[in-house]
Every structure is written in structure tokens, then in C-alpha cells.
Design a protein around this ligand. Structure first.
Ligand SMILES: CC(=O)N[C@H]1[C@@H](OP(=O)(O)OP(=O)(O)OC[C@H]2O[C@@H](n3ccc(=O)[nH]c3=O)[C@H](O)[C@@H]2O)O[C@H](CO)[C@@H](O)[C@@H]1O
Ligand SMILES: C=C(OP(=O)(O)O)C(=O)O
Length: 500
């Protein structure tokens, strides 16, 4: 792929680091972390002082295969995804046994990448099972800010990007979510140019593109992107997805090696293929992408959210209850299933997409066993389930180690769990959890400071005796659809209230 990247920094950056050479030169967007690069390719030019915004707006739109912008009705606030703006908190009266069924929503990480992918598609894309979470609402704002029309209804999210004519999405929305950055691929592929703010998302580590300022990316000489060979030093989900989207519309063939294998990457590849792309090996380390001139809007259903499902599986375990859930792809959750089974949970697959998790036999004084976990890229144990599993371990019997290898800052939930009575010692990216058994946690006031850390506090609240108040509901709303309603349906005493 050949493109120029012009970084626009607010502050003077260190020089970008060259990390790899294949057909093209690969630079890191990171100024500090050397693990890998987000694989932006080509010549990098640092622009200082920053160019005025307007100069980047609505520049030349290359002769293109997209239909001209036509009149569309913008979605009204009634059919837009509901977003909560006031800060709220959850109040849980814990220690109850749960039972019943949980309906699993569509995958957050899959939906976000697919929504960005619709920017490659001519005509209307209809996406089903898009979760009603605030990250999706933000991503839809990003698309609207570019000129896409978006309609949200019970029949799916309908997106038409034919009228997109801006290469600069709303930076306020971009700063809220990680996945906003994914639009850089399709914008480059479609317009040869993109001006995007560096992304937000969970504050769980350096996450190398977390710099202040904006990235101005340009295809070399305003030409199309050109395919090439890329080896990822680390199988980054975001880098794999960005490259896959961009390469779908690049000229020629792109080959990725050591690509991320997460199910959400495979789902994005399915979506792009359903749109007319030709991607072989999506969801494996070796991906071959044959670029197409244009893609068309397909009808597509997002996979169920394995992280949401995993969180409810642990809700069953930590409350020594039995909860069934569907739809769920058990093959996406094998590492968690193995660990929960080793801890003593019974996991029964009743139908291909229907699972029951039970820890009821442990109710009379028999605790679940502590088991060690080490997070790793898929198919390893997901980092997005580490905080929740740590809460569970604090209610098992005996000591257990938690090793976080994906993000170096994903331990912020520990001090909040300690307030609830958990015995955990942290040493760098590892934690020793001294499990003290069922009902060993007690209610308290805690604060969620990131999405999965927040989910871990919800689990703790369900297991704790007394009342737990969890402030920072907005972090949890980023990734869990109707959390309190789903938990109420299985018998939890949880409510949401304004945080005064
Ligand atoms: C929106 C979305 O899909 N988010 C998911 C995605 O995040 P995201 O795509 O940000 O995660 P990555 O796989 O890129 O990051 C994993 C690791 O690679 C490092 N890295 C990444 C890029 C880079 O250029 N240099 C570098 O060193 C990161 O600092 C981190 O330590 O995958 C993570 C890992 O499964 C999940 O926790 C997130 O929920
Ligand atoms: C880290 C997460 O999300 P994001 O990458 O969107 O911040 C997550 O879903 O746990």
C-alpha cells in the first residue's frame, strides 16, 4: 500500500520509528511503544504548525465509482440509537442466586469495524444485530459527520455512504471511542485522504496511537492505495482490521502475515466479502486480499458478543447460580470455558448456539477453585475478560495468578475490588488473587474507570453481601446493552440512578 501520512501534532513529537520493511516501509504511529506498528505505510512528513482545518476539508474527491450525493432523510432522534448523557451509577443489592436466560447482543468490536467498513460500500448496507450501546451511537455520529445517512430501526441499521464527501470526521466523537480510527482505511481507499483525530477508548495501556493531535493521511500523489505485503510484528486487532478494509479497495493484492485471529476480524472479513470483496483467510494469521474497484452495501448480521456472553457466564459462576444464554458461539469462548470448567463450573452446550453455565452444586459451602489465567491474543484468554475473571477468582478458594500480557495498564479495577474486600496484590502486569470463598465480598461505593473494569465491579456487586454502588455507568454503557434489564430478568437486584 502506498500512501503519505502527514501527522499534525499539537506538540512536537519524537520521530516516528521505522519498524519493518517489506514492499513498503512500515512506520509506527507510536512515539513510545516499540512492540509493533499500526502499520501505516509510506513516507511520513511532520507538518508544523498544524494546517488550518478547513484546508483539509472537502478536498478533491477523485473520479470515483460512487454515485453522486443525493437527498436523504437524516434519522430523527426517535430512531437514533439511544444515548445517555447524564452521569449515572448502578446500585446492586448482592448475594442473591440468579436463574434464567440472557439474550446476548451483537458484538461491539465486530459491529464497530463493520460500521466503518460501510464507508467502502456503494448503496445501502443493512446491518443486523448491532448492539444498542454508546460506542455504536458514537460510531454512527462519526459516519453522519462524514455525510453518511443512518437509519436505526428494529429492522437493522441502514447506512448509505454514497453522499460522503468529507474526509474529516467529527473529532469530538472520534475522541470517545477506539474504533473511530478504523475510518482512516476506507477514507484513504475511497478519497485518497483522511484527517482523523487520534482515538479514545479504554485507558488500559499506552495503546500506541494514543497521542494528542490528528493524523493526516494521504495516498501518494492522490492516487489509489496499492496493495503490498505486510508482516505484523504483533497481531494487533485494530491494525489487521484497518489494513483489511483499506486493502479491499486497494489496487492489486495485499498479503498480511501474523494477522490477528479474533472472531471479530473474521466477521469483518465476512462482511467485506458479502460486500463483494475477495478476502481469503480472514481470522487466520495469513490473509490475502484481492482489491476491488468498488464494494456494494450488503445485508449482514453481526456475530454475538463473546465478551458480553463471557461476562454473564461469570455472573452465573460468581453467584453460584445457573444461567443459560443464546445466541453464543462456544468456539469463540473456548479459553474461558476451559478455565471455568477447571474452576468447577458445569458448562453444557444444549444447542449449537445455546449454553448453560451452572455453579449451583457449589452452593453449600463448597467453593469454586482458583485457576491461573494469562491473557493473550485469540485463541488465548481474552484481555477483555480479565478484570471479570479476577473478580471471580477473589471469590474462589485459594491463590491464583492473573497475568495480563496484552495491555500494560489493565489493573485499575484492583483498587476498587479491594474496597469490596478482595485480597489482590499487583506486581507490574501480574496479580496474585487470594480467593477467600463465596460471599467473601461486601458492598461498598466504587468507581468504574473503564469498560471491563466496570463490568468486574458489577460482578463483584452481584456476589457481595449488602449494597454496592458503582459510579461511572457511562464506561459500562460503552459495551453492554441493557445491562441492568438483562440482570433483573435473571433475578438480580440492580438499578440505575443519576449520580448526584
Ligand atoms: C475496538 C476494538 O476492537 N477493541 C479491541 C481491540 O483493541 P485494539 O485494536 O486497540 O488492540 P490491539 O490488538 O491493537 O492491541 C493489542 C496490543 O498491541 C499493542 N499495539 C497495538 C498497535 C500498535 O501499533 N502497536 C502496539 O504495540 C497495544 O498497545 C496492545 O498492547 O483489540 C483488543 C485486544 O484484543 C481488545 O482488548 C479491544 O477490545
Ligand atoms: C478495550 C475495549 O474496548 P476499546 O478498544 O473500544 O477501548 C474493550 O472492549 O474491552
Amino acid at each position: 500500500m502506498v500512501c503519505d501520512l502527514c501527522y499534525v501534532f499539537n506538540e512536537a513529537p519524537e520521530a516516528p520509528q521505522a519498524l519493518n520493511t517489506y514492499n513498503s516501509i512500515v512506520f509506527s504511529l507510536s512515539c513510545s511503544v516499540s512492540k509493533m506498528s499500526l502499520l501505516w505505510v509510506g513516507q511520513i512528513q511532520l507538518l508544523r504548525p498544524a494546517l488550518p482545518r478547513r484546508q483539509h476539508r472537502r478536498r478533491r474527491i477523485p473520479p470515483h465509482h460512487f454515485a453522486p450525493a443525493s437527498a436523504y432523510h437524516w434519522p430523527t432522534s426517535e430512531n437514533a440509537v439511544h444515548t445517555k448523557t447524564l452521569e449515572e451509577r448502578f446500585v446492586i443489592s448482592g448475594g442473591r442466586e440468579l436463574s434464567g436466560h440472557v439474550h446476548i447482543s451483537g458484538s461491539k468490536n465486530s459491529a464497530l469495524a463493520i460500521l466503518a467498513g460501510t464507508l467502502c460500500c456503494y448503496g445501502t448496507s443493512v446491518i443486523h444485530r448491532v448492539p444498542k450501546i454508546s460506542d455504536v451511537a458514537t460510531m454512527l455520529s462519526v459516519l453522519r459527520s462524514l455525510g453518511a445517512t443512518v437509519e436505526v430501526s428494529d429492522r437493522g441499521v441502514r447506512i448509505n455512504t454514497d453522499g460522503v464527501c468529507s474526509v474529516e470526521p467529527c473529532s469530538e466523537s472520534m475522541l470517545k471511542i477506539r474504533a473511530g480510527f478504523f475510518v482512516i482505511g476506507p477514507l484513504l481507499a475511497r478519497f485518497g485522504e483522511a484527517v482523523v483525530s487520534l482515538p479514545g477508548g479504554c485507558n488500559i495501556g499506552s495503546r500506541p496511537v494514543d497521542l494528542k493531535g490528528r493524523v493526516h493521511a494521504r495516498a501518494e500523489n492522490g492516487r489509489c492505495l496499492v496493495g503490498g505485503k505486510f508482516h505484523l510484528d504483533y497481531p494487533s486487532v485494530g491494525a489487521t482490521e484497518t489494513l483489511m478494509i483499506a486493502a479491499s479497495m486497494a489496487e492489486g493484492v495485499t498479503v498480511l502475515s501474523n494477522a490477528a485471529q479474533e472472531p471479530e476480524v473474521a466477521d469483518l472479513a465476512e462482511f467485506l466479502n458479502a460486500s463483494g470483496a475477495k478476502i481469503e483467510g480472514g481470522g487466520t494469521p495469513a490473509v490475502v486480499i484481492h482489491g476491488r474497484k468498488w464494494l456494494h452495501g450488503p445485508e449482514f448480521t453481526v456475530i454475538p458478543d463473546r465478551i458480553e456472553a463471557g461476562t454473564y457466564m461469570m455472573a452465573a459462576a460468581i453467584t453460584h447460580s445457573c444461567i443459560s444464554m443464546s445466541p453464543i458461539f462456544p468456539s469463540h469462548l473456548l479459553s474461558l470455558i476451559t478455565k471455568l470448567s477447571a474452576a468447577g463450573c458445569e458448562i453444557i452446550q444444549k444447542e449449537p448456539h445455546y449454553l448453560e453455565v451452572s455453579a449451583v452444586s457449589h452452593v453449600r459451602g463448597v467453593d469454586l477453585r482458583g485457576v491461573h489465567i494469562r491473557t493473550a491474543p485469540f485463541p488465548g484468554f481474552p484481555t477483555d475478560l480479565q478484570p471479570q475473571f479476577m473478580t471471580l477468582l477473589s471469590t474462589c478458594s485459594g491463590p491464583a495468578f492473573v497475568e495480563e500480557t496484552v495491555f500494560e495498564g489493565r489493573m485499575s479495577h484492583v483498587k476498587e475490588l479491594q474496597k469490596l474486600g478482595a485480597h489482590i496484590q499487583v506486581c507490574e502486569n501480574s496479580a496474585l488473587v487470594c480467593g477467600r470463598g463465596h460471599l467473601s465480598l461486601h458492598g461498598s461505593r466504587v468507581h468504574a474507570s473503564d469498560l471491563r473494569g466496570g463490568a468486574s465491579l458489577i460482578l463483584a456487586g452481584l456476589a457481595a453481601e449488602g449494597v454496592t454502588v458503582i459510579a461511572g455507568a457511562s464506561h459500562i454503557d460503552r459495551g453492554y446493552e441493557n445491562l441492568e434489564q438483562k440482570l433483573q430478568l435473571v433475578g438480580a437486584n440492580i438499578r440505575r440512578e443519576p449520580d448526584s
